[in-house]
Design a protein around this ligand. Structure first.
Ligand code: ES4
Ligand code: ZN
Length: 326
């Protein structure tokens, strides 16, 4: 349709993409072979067939298993370049990538191996595809705050390559307050802050991300709709939510895409954005998320334009570069 073509062609920023979640089954098998790793699935098809999730944790178990094939700097480069090519094809002109160093350092991979591979891909993406990008280091919230402090210390020699810190993995039972001190340290180092909150967890976790972690964006945040005072805060402060519609359906936050609250949020003036989260696992990259959401929620071309504008407003690019992108 004409609306679909319009949506596909809009320049966009992607602000919620776990780079390890862009690892397609074909690349998982290729890297396993290259690194002499035996997977517990016999084939690409068998692995893909296991992508039937009931909640966040059922996904995380298989996501961490998939990431175990990443060993060398070249592996991280190849993974990120594959993502950047998909992003460019979807008119993503700027991307802010989450990466999970602890998933790799726990397996004995040096943080420099991870970051250098990603940084080399960022340079190639800019030169070859015209896609600009930034890196956001995420702490795994199921691990301790001490572990997060250790990870931040290991990252210090690479701080010029990192725009901010984030918080991901198992949400319920691991509230933002658990990471208050390490986020304060990161902010003191000049880093921006974001956090996953209100994906499966309650509105109280969104309040905690705002008032204790002092984040500049909320990742997901869809549960905020249950708290009217919180909604008013998000609207009044133009606090961005990086929403991931296909992810929410795959992880059973919503039964159907048509049930998603993104349209209501947008209509009320919340700075919502559309993102792919873990596109290799959730059935689609940026344009699939955009097109399916616009269609399922009966959004207009003006709504789609606003969503794209929100993605640049919410990004960490400086004001001059942002003006040029919009
Ligand atoms: C994630 Cl969808 C989601 N939620 C929380 N943590 C994550 N890590 C990767 N994807
Ligand atoms: Zn996420």
């Amino acid at each position: 349709t004409a609306l679909e073509s319009f949506v596909r062609g809009l320049p966009k920023a992607e602000l919620h993409i776990h780079i390890e979640g862009s690892l397609e089954p074909e690349l998982i098998f290729q890297l396993a072979k290259r690194n002499g790793i035996t997977l517990s699935y016999p084939s690409v098809e068998a692995l893909r067939a296991a992508y039937a999730f009931t909640d966040l944790q059922s996904f995380l178990d298989i996501y961490y298993a998939g990431a175990s094939v990443l060993i060398t700097e070249q592996d991280f480069y190849d993974m990120a370049m594959a993502y950047f090519r998909r992003a460019a094809a979807d008119q993503v002109i700027h991307a802010e990538l989450f990466f999970d160093p602890q998933t790799h350092t726990e397996r004995g991979i040096a943080i420099g191996t991870v970051i250098n591979g990603l940084v080399r891909a960022q340079a190639a993406a800019k030169a070859e595809l015209g896609v600009t990008s930034a890196l956001i280091l995420c702490f795994l919230r199921h691990l301790s705050e001490d572990d997060a402090f250790k990870t931040l210390a290991e990252a210090e020699p690479f701080l010029q390559h990192i725009v901010g810190v984030g918080l991901d993995s198992s949400e319920v039972g691991h509230p933002p307050e658990k990471f208050a001190r390490v986020f304060a340290k990161a902010r003191a180092l000049g880093l921006r802050a974001v956090a996953h909150a209100g994906e499966e967890g309650p509105p109280a976790y969104v309040w905690g991300a705002l008032d204790v972690l002092h984040v500049q964006r909320i990742d997901h945040g869809v549960q905020s709709i249950r708290d009217e005072q919180l909604m008013q805060r998000l609207i009044d402060t133009r606090m961005p939510l990086t929403v991931c519609p296909l992810s929410n359906v795959k992880l059973c936050v919503y039964k159907h895409l048509a049930d998603h609250n993104l349209g209501q949020m947008l209509a009320r003036g919340v700075c919502v954005t559309i993102n792919s989260d873990d596109p290799a696992y959730f059935g689609g990259y940026m344009n699939q998320n955009f097109v399916e959401t616009v269609m399922a929620l009966n959004l207009t071309a003006a709504d789609a334009r606003q969503l794209a504008a929100n993605s640049f407003e919410a990004s960490f690019v400086d004001a001059d570069a942002r003006a040029a992108m919009m």
